[in-house]
Design a binder for this molecule. Structure first.
Ligand SMILES: [Zn+2]
Length: 57
């Protein structure tokens, strides 16, 4: 609950990803998104608006 390292969610597959060890990342509209694999990053980059919209912020 009080761990220092923050985990984020891969917007493509929903997997929990640690930014420090993420396989890939991409910036979109000022946010950095992290991915479990290059494959997920490529899917995001193909249509970032589609996936970023679900982020909630
Ligand atoms: Zn993924």
């Amino acid at each position: 609950m009080s761990h220092a390292s923050e985990k984020v969610t891969d917007p493509i597959c929903g997997m929990t990803v640690d930014p420090a060890t993420a396989a890939a990342s991409a910036e979109y509209e000022g946010h950095t998104y992290y991915f479990c694999s290059q494959s997920c990053a490529l899917s995001f980059k193909a249509d970032p608006a589609k996936y970023a919209a679900g982020a909630g912020n």
